[in-house]
Design a binder for this molecule. Structure first.
Ligand code: CA
Length: 220
């Protein structure tokens, strides 16, 4: 099991990331300031750090500088505001860090986390998912029905991917919203239902089963 340290003072984002990681089988520890974050990160008890830049006390750049010296091999994913991406990229040069611009979806983050951990010896993930005659090529981000390519939008493809990865399990609207649309989405929205409709139209009416009152499932 991989242990992830989340250094983020914005509670909403910290809990969104922690919950998502736990649901994926990781251990997640949250701290809300840079000094504590650095203390925890150097203990050697974590496999990866998700590090916000704007932090009280000591900012993410300062934490990163110290980690480069004390734990150079520890993978770090930096969370940064979209308008400071240029500064962030400059600050990351040469380190073990990668970045994500806010707002990001959980799907993007988990892909990045897996990628960084894999570089540390995790098994390679699947690059193809199938259900009936539907096939998703995750590497090329393409979808096929009976070997005929079907055009899906990026969001439709991510939704199909999440449903197929969890084949046999009921996925609630809330789980799908957080994994496909991210934390900036209104939980009262019916966007999940609308997109499931798109998938049924494009990939076949029988692909996704509605489980009344609970959510959606792709049968195993
Ligand atoms: Ca912050």
């Amino acid at each position: 099991m991989n242990r992830i340290l989340i250094v983020e003072d914005e509670e909403r984002i910290a809990s969104f990331v922690a919950k998502g990681l736990k649901a994926e089988g990781f251990t997640a520890t949250v701290v809300g300031d840079g000094v504590t974050g650095l203390d925890y990160a150097v203990t050697g008890e974590f496999d990866l750090v998700v590090l916000d830049i704007g932090l009280p006390g000591m900012d993410g750049f300062a934490v990163l500088d110290r980690l480069k010296v004390e734990r150079p091999a520890l993978p770090v994913i930096v969370l940064t505001a979209r308008d400071s991406v240029t500064d962030t990229v400059a600050a990351l040069e040469g380190g073990a860090a990668d970045y994500m611009a806010k707002p990001f979806t959980f799907g993007e983050l988990i892909a990045r986390v897996r990628l960084r951990l894999r570089a540390q010896g995790e098994p390679a993930p699947v690059d193809e998912l199938t259900a009936g005659d539907v096939r998703l090529d995750l590497r090329r981000r393409r979808a096929f029905v009976a070997d005929r390519e079907v055009e899906l939008s990026a969001r439709e493809l991510t939704l199909a991917e999440v449903l197929l990865r969890n084949r046999g399990l009921v996925m609630s609207r809330e789980q799908l919203l957080s994994q496909v649309w991210g934390y900036d989405f209104d939980p009262g929205s019916n966007v999940v239902d609308v997109y499931v409709g798109y998938l049924r139209k494009k990939l076949g009416a029988g692909l996704v089963t509605t489980v009344r009152g609970l959510g959606y499932r792709v049968d195993a």
